[in-house]
Design a protein around this ligand. Structure first.
Ligand code: AMP
Length: 560
């Protein structure tokens, strides 16, 4: 097994890493360190967080810098303040036995004066976030003239956050750069572009699996008219009661107006746009970060560089013209291994844009029906019921009040009480959505055809146009069949998109469906008995992404 000695690392660094419990190098360290120790070779390391990347570049940097020269020689650029501090902390630990080496963290949201003072102390390694670094370059408070080594850590995250121009600016401002080391978890085309422009014949190393796009994001879209855009946005928000999201608009006027309108209508939202002072911006961001604001609406420029964990939805109020902007926006969700949803409200004429994004971004869009008012109310209702059932009543002195409650409610049934509780919560929704219209544009052909659509016959296609004309209640009564199908989450489906897929394929209405149980490779669908054969006929034997779909009745000899 390989050792750190074998990689050629300085004995003082080995002493420190041994104390940290590093016995053998990780895969990325084993492959990167020998290349980086030369100090003159460009390098691309495709590796996720947690693979030991920091030591993979930190140890060679400490090994090759000149401790006697008291000026900045190495610059590490990373997307967030947290990562910046973490990298500095690790480098501090690695350099425990090296004298005369110092490292400084430069990031936004902290005193720039103190950072300028630290820089003047004669540091050799600077670890920085792009925004603050540029600020310092523009103030001429940082000397990058003699930087030899530039590390771009989590390059894909930096691009997702809109830092592409900043990175290019930084690279252009390091005239003595001898080598550039780029680390990234994914390899989208924009990173290829940066590497082609600023790196020479880089050695490329991949650890584990690398995707070109973030596969933990479900890209969904809803088709409506320009006139119904705002209503559609509201439906999407209402249909996702636990939403914690960012809405993107093209103009600051839109951001402001939509924010004001939604606030008036009782939503928890604020806007981020260029007219805010730094203080106002920090206040909005602070509220959003601590989740006292559920929704943030912003223009691309205003949202540049913001990094918030746990975003469930990114909503494009309008599609951006530029694919890169779409990528930046959608990259705000699905971070750190979480699942995220990027929703776009599109006009029927924008199908070509979706295709373009799919092609360049190597991702797939799922078309969803805009939920009906009834769908929204049902969703809200179940959300409320779940909340009610999971409410913690263990602390609080409720027992004291039970006798009084029992007396007060003696003549009212449990059902009646539940109805009243629901009415308190739902009146707003029920009234608002009582006569709500169908916001979908019903088309003859779908705007984006998925692969299996080639198998569909003309008869089923012509029936597509009928789908929206009636939203009648389904009156089936024969009970459910359970269908097995060999498609699952590994095929890129999420529950909503899977549901839409089987309905599109079979031309059935969602009222015929019961529970959907999705696993990695298979799923089980409950469907009204009278419609089961129609769905099997429509799906069984058809192709999805080149693979044959198998569907059968799980309760009559099929898979369970
Ligand atoms: P990173 O990917 O740099 O964030 O590293 C992930 C974690 O792995 C950190 O806690 C490191 O301290 C630890 N680590 C890095 N390299 C090694 C190694 N060779 N042996 C054991 N732990 C390591």
């Amino acid at each position: 097994m390989m050792t750190f000695e074998g990689l050629g690392i300085d004995a003082r660094l080995i002493q420190a890493t041994t104390e940290l419990g590093y016995i053998n190098p990780t895969a990325i360290q084993e492959q990167a360190i020998p290349v980086l120790l030369s100090g003159t070779k460009d390098f691309i390391g495709l590796a996720q967080t947690g693979t030991g990347k920091t030591a993979a570049f930190g140890l060679p940097l400490l090994h090759i810098i000149d401790a006697a020269a008291k000026y900045p020689q190495a610059l590490v650029v990373c997307p967030t303040r947290e990562l910046c501090l973490q990298i500095v902390k690790e480098i501090e630990l690695f350099k425990k036995y090296m004298t005369g080496v110092s490292v400084v963290a430069v990031y936004g949201g902290a005193s720039i004066g103190l950072q300028i003072r630290d820089l003047k102390r004669g540091v050799q390694i600077i670890v920085a976030t792009p925004g603050r670094l540029i600020d310092l370059i523009e103030r001429k408070a940082i000397n990058l003239e003699q930087i030899k080594y530039v590390v771009l850590d989590e390059a894909d995250e930096m691009l997702n956050m809109g830092f592409q121009d900043d990175i290019e600016f930084i690279l252009k401002n390091t005239p003595q750069r001898e080598s550039t080391w780029l680390f990234s978890a994914t390899m989208p085309p924009e990173i290829r572009k940066v590497s082609k422009r600023y790196m020479k014949d880089p050695k490329e190393v991949t650890v584990g699996k690398v995707n070109t796009a973030n596969k933990s994001i479900d890209h969904q879209y809803y088709v409506t008219t320009a006139h119904h855009r705002y209503e559609t946005l509201k439906r999407i928000i209402d249909f996702n009661p636990g939403i914690y999201g960012i809405i993107f608009t093209r103009t600051k006027l839109d951001a402001q107006e939509i924010s004001e309108r939604l606030t008036r209508e009782g939503y928890d939202i604020d806007a981020l746009h260029g007219d805010l002072t730094q203080g106002q911006r920090d206040k909005v961001m602070g509220q959003f970060r601590e989740k006292s604001l559920q929704l943030l609406i912003a223009t691309d420029v205003a949202a540049r560089g913001i990094d918030v964990q746990g975003i469930t939805h990114v909503i494009n109020f309008e599609l951006p013209d530029d694919v890169e902007i779409y990528t930046h926006r959608s990259g705000r969700t699905g971070r750190a291994g979480n699942h995220g949803i990027c929703v776009s409200i599109v006009h029927a004429k924008e199908a070509y844009k979706l295709k373009q994004i799919e092609r360049i971004n190597n991702s797939q869009f799922h078309k969803l029906d805009i939920p009906s008012g009834k769908d929204v109310c049902r969703k809200q209702f179940f959300h409320f019921m779940d909340k009610l059932l999971s409410t913690d009543i263990s602390h609080g002195d409720y027992e004291t009040y039970v006798p009084m409650l029992a007396e007060k409610f003696a003549d009212i049934s449990k059902e009646e009480i539940l109805k009243r509780v629901a009415a308190m919560e739902f009146d707003r929704f029920l009234k608002y959505y009582e006569n709500s219209e169908d916001l979908n544009i019903r088309e003859r052909d779908r705007t984006i055809k998925r692969e299996p659509s080639a198998d569909r016959n003309d008869r089923s296609r012509s029936r597509d146009s009928d789908r929206g004309d009636s939203r009648k209640e389904y009156k089936g009564g024969g009970g459910y069949s359970r269908l097995f199908v060999n498609l699952g989450t590994k095929d890129g489906f999420f529950k909503a998109s899977f549901l839409q897929f089987v309905l599109d394929m079979s031309d059935l209405k969602k009222e015929v469906l019961g529970r959907i149980d999705m696993k990695d490779m298979n799923s089980w669908i409950e469907i009204d008995k009278g419609s089961a054969q129609q769905m099997i006929r429509a799906l069984d034997g058809k192709k999805y992404k080149g693979r044959s779909i198998r569907m059968n009745d799980a309760d009559s000899g099929g898979r369970r």
